[in-house]
Design a protein around this ligand. Structure first.
Ligand SMILES: [Zn+2]
Length: 108
């Protein structure tokens, strides 16, 4: 279960350059998102994509650095696009993941 609160991006507050979180979902451009358990990362209310900025270790709470082990139907996958902070960063982690296992199905 992800966050209960909601945020609406107006594209004006300049929260997260160069990632442009304030412009909304990078997958579908929807402006409404829910907070996730990781501060700085949001879940699109429309397509379920997760995006934002956080520490690399925190990003693993949402998307593990491992590949899916089973075949996952494409309709179950969600887009993720995270700009991570920390040693050796910033590093962009993006692609498609399986929210059930939190594992990566496709990078990029
Ligand atoms: Zn979206």
């Amino acid at each position: 279960m992800m966050g209960i609160k909601e945020i609406v991006f107006t594209g004006k507050s300049g929260l997260s350059e160069p990632f442009k979180t304030t412009e909304g979902c990078p997958a579908c451009s929807h402006k409404r998102a829910a907070f996730t358990k990781v501060i700085g990362v949001y879940e699109c209310k429309k397509c379920g994509a997760i995006y934002g900025e956080c520490y690399l270790g925190e990003s693993y709470e949402l998307v593990l650095p491992y590949w899916v082990t089973d075949e996952v139907p494409a309709g179950n996958l969600r887009y993720y696009d995270l700009m991570t902070l920390g040693p050796g960063c910033p590093q962009r982690r993006h692609g498609w993941f399986d929210p059930a296992s939190k594992r990566i199905a496709q990078v990029g």
